[in-house]
Ligand binder design. Structure first.
Ligand code: MIC
Ligand code: SF4
Length: 644
């Protein structure tokens, strides 16, 4: 057996481990963050369960920590009180980015975690199956319900050889993105193995599993070996360590061999994480800003690498260099060993341990500016400036670039830096509030911006409406519902946030959708890639979108559409996409029967003389029931009413 199958088998509640079939698995841990958490906890509260049924559930505040508006601060108070009442750990603003802190303080090899953030697979670097999902799915998992998914194909990524000087984990995952593209991991789990894994410590491994999300993979995982044991020992959690790996004769659906010795420093050019080339191919490009941090590259090792490169040097005066430590622990460690001083002296601006610029909260580049970031996503507009050019690269490349103001291959720095491990860490968990001992005494506080989740009515049999938007391939949830300072504060208020739907693609979209009383969206392939934000489904639902017809969907967003009651439909014949135009009026016929009987749906293009084409819903029986009910909340209420 491979490692993935071993862990899944130990958690299997329904189905069998056969690629492409639906399985139900038990969930040990959950994680939420502030931008997706409020919705998840509102849903959890509505279930009327007194306490979470997981082993560990943690609520992090890391995305929108600035508290520049009362909506934001009210969200934090809600998250804090709801956590205390229902048995959830609460990680305060300033404690760090959920994935980094979870790795440090909570992740356990062999366990399964569901998180309402697409980069939840970060903890796969420690031998955990950690999967990103929509907030509603996480709420269900907190209530003890199984998580259902289509059993992915397990791909072995066999690392051989030893990386050359200045080649980092980020270069491994960028190389994979170059080879496989942002769709290459769809329906797959990447299991890393081979002798080359020994070259990477836990945080490096987590850089790779983190950015497996950019490949579209369900998750990625490394074995739990002595390197994991050492990491956990330094965190004073060695007692939670278990050794875990594949059998010697383990079988995989596919195998990719990567010779680390042949790799070079790589960089993703604007505006997709798979638009990858060698750093040296774009070296000399002028850069206005360098941002170091995010859940991909903000560990102790990353920041020590940067501090060691910058020590005794200064960045040019026109350069804006920011550093966001991944956690308060990382900040404390570099504070104590003097590296923080080196960073400050070099001209770096040290920000709070949080997502910060990665989610467009500050450090918005100038118009037409060039920003090089150690982050994981560079979709157009995500940084807050629509015409900015954002590059993604390793901490090594970022530090070299900060020093010259031009994209610079770190190999030009000469002798590579060597970073010693943290050693035993003086743990301070004071920013993590445990659940209350007397939960009945805790009052859950909800500010006026926190609105209940809107619900959809049950699905009707014949759906008619206009095509409001036709989009190309690889539309991300950042395109559907952007983040950033203007929008993030409304994550607990669907009516308010829906006004920003597709704001960069078509600024009148929300208004038009309102006037036309909803309609349809046409998408290309990999529609909804990227972030897990279910707001990218809830807001269109609120605006009356009935179905998205696309060439294919990204996993988490497809799930979110189903949970929201929006039909995710795929063209049965490739040419269907070309035949429809924005503004066409479509009619979907016999929809309920097609879902119940698992057959394609017939669509008539009323504008084009009722031209007929077929679309597939691809729903399992359970998914079909959810869509028929008008979403997961309705489906649950129906089930509960049926049980009584
Ligand atoms: C992201 O990196 O896009 C986010 C912001 O962390 C999202 C979650 C969100 O939109 O709240 C994600 O990755 O799922
Ligand atoms: Fe936060 Fe960026 Fe990581 Fe998303 S990708 S969790 S916004 S640091």
């Amino acid at each position: 057996m491979n490692l993935v199958d071993k862990i899944l088998k130990a958690h299997l509640l329904s189905g069998e481990l056969k690629t492409g079939t639906e399985i139900g698995i038990s969930v040990d841990q959950t994680l939420t963050q502030d931008a997706t958490g409020t919705m998840a906890y509102l849903q959890f509260e509505a279930m009327g369960i007194p306490k979470v049924r997981t082993k560990v559930s943690v609520s992090y505040v890391d995305h929108n920590t600035l508290q520049t508006s009362v909506e934001n601060t009210d969200d934090h108070l809600y998250l804090q009180t709801v956590a205390r009442k229902y048995g959830i750990y609460y990680s305060k603003p300033g404690n760090g980015i959920c994935h980094q802190v979870h790795l440090e303080r909570f992740a356990v090899p062999g366990q399964i975690m569901l998180g309402s953030d697409s980069h939840t697979p970060t903890c796969g670097g420690m031998g955990m199956i950690a999967i990103g999902a929509g907030g509603l799915n996480v709420a269900m998992a907190m209530a003890g319900a199984p998580f259902f998914m289509t059993m992915p194909e397990v791909v072995l990524v066999r690392l051989v050889g030893v990386p050359g000087p200045w080649v980092a984990a980020k270069d491994v995952i960028l190389t994979l993105l170059q080879k496989l593209s942002v769709k290459g991991g769809t329906g797959k789990i990447f299991e890393y193995g081979g002798p080359g894994i020994k070259s990477f410590e836990v945080p490096d491994r987590s850089t790779m599993t983190n950015m497996g999300a950019e490949l579209g993979a369900t998750t990625s995982i490394f074995p739990s070996d002595e390197i994991v044991r050492k990491y956990m020992k330094h965190q004073r959690r060695e007692k939670d360590w278990i050794g875990l790996g594949p059998d010697e004769d383990a079988r995989y659906g596919e195998e990719i061999v990567l010779d680390l010795g042949g790799l070079e420093p790589m960089i993703a050019r604007p505006s997709s994480p798979d638009n990858v080339c060698r750093v040296k191919d774009v070296s000399g490009t002028k850069v206005h800003q360098v941002c170091i941090g995010s859940c991909t590259n903000s560990s102790f090792r990353d920041l020590m690498t940067v501090a060691t490169i910058l020590k005794g040097k200064r960045v040019p005066s026109g350069m804006s260099l920011t550093i966001s430590p991944g956690s308060r622990q990382v900040l404390e460690l570099i504070g104590r060993n003097g590296a923080l001083e080196d960073l400050i002296e070099s001209g770096a601006r040290v920000l709070e341990p949080a997502c910060g610029p990665c989610i467009g909260m500050g450090q918005v580049p100038p118009s037409g500016g060039v920003s090089l970031r150690t982050f994981n996503r560079n979709f157009r507009g995500r940084c807050g400036t629509l015409d900015a050019e954002v590059y993604l690269a390793s901490a090594e490349t970022a530090a070299a670039t900060a020093l010259t103001g031009l994209i610079t291959d770190p190999r030009e720095l000469g002798k590579p830096v060597k970073i010693r491990s943290t050693g035993m860490i003086a743990i301070d968990d004071s920013f993590i509030t445990p659940p209350a001992e007397e939960p009945e005494k805790v009052e859950v506080i909800k500010g006026p911006n926190i609105k209940e989740l809107p619900r959809k009515e049950r699905l009707v049999d014949s759906i008619e409406g206009e095509v409001l938007l036709k989009l190309e391939d690889n539309i991300s949830t950042d395109h559907i519902l952007p983040a950033g300072n203007q929008v993030l504060r409304y994550r607990s208020n669907i009516p308010a946030i829906s006004r920003f739907t597709f704001m960069y693609e078509d600024k009148d979209f929300a208004k038009r959708a309102g006037e036309k009383k909803g309609g349809f969206i046409i998408g290309g392939s990999n529609y909804g890639q990227g972030s897990s934000r279910e707001h990218a489904a809830l807001a269109p639902m609120y605006l009356g979108i009935k179905a998205v017809i696309a060439k294919s969907f990204a996993r988490i967003h497809r799930n979110n559409l189903i949970n929201t009651g929006i039909l995710p439909l795929v063209f049965a014949d490739g040419s269907g996409y070309d035949l429809i135009d924005k503004g066409d009026r479509l009619r979907l016929q016999d929809v309920r029967a097609a879902l119940a009987e698992n057959r394609p749906i017939t669509v008539l293009d009323v504008t084009k003389d009722d031209r007929e084409f077929k679309v597939e819903h691809g729903c399992t029986e359970r998914e079909a029931q959810i869509v028929l009910a008008g979403g997961l909340l309705n489906y649950q209420s129906q089930k509960m009413a049926g049980a009584q």
